[in-house]
Design a protein around this ligand. Structure first.
Ligand code: SF4
Length: 172
């Protein structure tokens, strides 16, 4: 018992080292995203997220954008509770049959102009849930998708990059 205790005190952690933070890239991306949103929308970018049956892996990455590391709200990018306040509908998951109507209702409740962004491999074709009796098999069959962000799950920085690309397209 004593040897186990001593071993656990001096053993190196199993987890990987955290990657070094790239402050300049993070600042550049987040600022550009905020400016593109303001250019097109005249204000900050409001995002309504719908989990349409995901495993929550994508949600963890989406939520990470709001933590102290990324802190994107300082640039005017924020999540809203009501679809009536949203510019972008962010969707994760393969769209379960139970969530199909709810997703459609959220989309219809959003004012124009609006954009739909699907996040992760599941919204494309069902991903690892593809073929299940419980899923529709993708977001595009339910609401029109403007941008897909691949990955299982995509990193927060990738989500930011793709949102910027979308906003630059609509602002052009
Ligand atoms: S893409 Fe991967 S992480 Fe995201 S909901 Fe699907 S299985 Fe989960």
């Amino acid at each position: 018992m004593r040897s186990l205790l001593l071993e656990s005190l001096f053993r190196q952690p199993f987890t990987e080292q955290a990657p070094l933070r790239d402050d300049a890239a993070m600042q550049e991306l987040a600022t550009a995203l905020g400016q593109a949103g303001r250019k097109r929308l005249g204000r900050s970018l409001a995002i309504r997220e719908v989990d349409a049956g995901s495993c929550n892996g994508c949600e963890l990455e989406i939520h990470a954008r709001g933590n102290v590391f990324y802190d994107v709200e300082r640039f005017g990018i924020r999540f809203v509770a009501s679809p009536r306040h949203a510019d972008v509908l962010l969707v994760t998951g393969p769209v379960t049959k139970n969530m199909r109507d709810a997703l459609k209702r959220v989309y219809e409740a959003m004012p124009n102009p609006k954009w739909v962004v699907s996040v992760g491999d599941c919204p494309l074709d069902g991903g690892c849930f593809s073929g299940s009796y419980a899923v529709e098999g993708g977001v595009a069959g339910v609401v029109p998708v403007d941008l897909h962000i691949p990955g299982c799950p995509p990193r927060p920085i990738e989500i930011l990059k793709r949102l910027l690309a979308l906003l630059e397209c609509v602002a052009a």
